[in-house]
Design a protein around this ligand. Structure first.
Ligand code: DC
Length: 229
């Protein structure tokens, strides 16, 4: 994949903490614009999943890197998104297990893992214009994009939303504790921590409907385009 092939293409960066509504909103914004959706967190989850399948915990960075080098990660476009396969198999539900939730933050905090994942993410421009959600899309992966949004919501609402999506028998309090633990690691890690890009628009989605947030972002993109022509 070559990022240079896609130099004229656009990226909409949507960053924010876990369960802030990024995935649903980003998918809908991508559909509205006719762009491809990318869930960058799924790549960190995929790496974690591959490592766990070989008995390697997320804290074993050497083991995780070895596993990344030995597995074949490949990209494909499906259902309006750029997705990936690992050794020819597209992971789905296994990306969202509690085991992956527990192990993914240390994987995502490892510098060498991030260097590889950022390169993969930049390369996805070869497929077309993108709406990419994550933690460092506006600050690190595509810092030059003029379209940056930072979605947030209060911790109680985020815990309620994530609990509603969970397939496992966990309480809201457990989900809340897990979210807070991951937020802290994501915000405090040395490499590309979760933070608001100086030129990002912050949207607090607490009490807003998905439709409202999507429409707000589409309007902001249209305004920015009109201002730059
Ligand atoms: O968005 P998510 O919960 O699926 O992300 C999984 C993990 O990956 C989480 O610990 C944050 C991290 N991540 C990251 O560090 N950078 C990104 N661009 C996306 C996710």
């Amino acid at each position: 994949m070559s990022a240079s092939k896609g130099a004229a293409r656009e990226v909409i960066a949507i960053d924010g903490p876990a369960a802030s509504g990024k995935s649903t909103v980003s998918r809908r914004v991508a559909k509205g614009l006719g762009y491809l959706y990318v869930d960058s967190g799924a790549l960190y989850r995929g790496v974690t999943c591959a490592a766990l399948a070989h008995g390697i915990p997320g804290t074993d960075t050497e083991g995780v890197l070895r596993c990344m080098a030995e597995r074949e990660f490949a990209w494909e476009v499906a259902d309006g998104a750029v997705t990936f396969t690992i050794d020819g198999v597209r992971p789905c539900a296994e990306l969202r297990t509690e085991a992956v939730n527990q192990n993914v933050s240390p994987v995502a905090a490892a510098c060498a893992v991030r260097v590889q994942v950022v390169e993969w993410l930049r390369g996805m421009l070869c497929f077309g214009s993108l709406v990419m959600e994550g933690r460092d899309i506006g600050t690190k992966v595509f810092p030059d994009t003029p379209y940056k949004f930072y979605l947030d919501a209060n911790p109680e609402e985020r815990a309620r939303r994530r609990h509603g999506e969970s397939q496992e028998p966990v309480s809201v309090a457990e989900v809340s504790a897990s979210l807070q633990r991951r937020d802290t690691i994501d915000r405090r890690r040395a490499v590309d921590p979760l933070k608001v890009a100086p030129d990002a628009e912050v949207i607090d989605s607490t009490g807003m409907s998905i439709d409202d947030v999507v429409q707000h972002i589409l309007n902001a993109i249209a305004t920015r385009r009109a201002e730059s022509t």
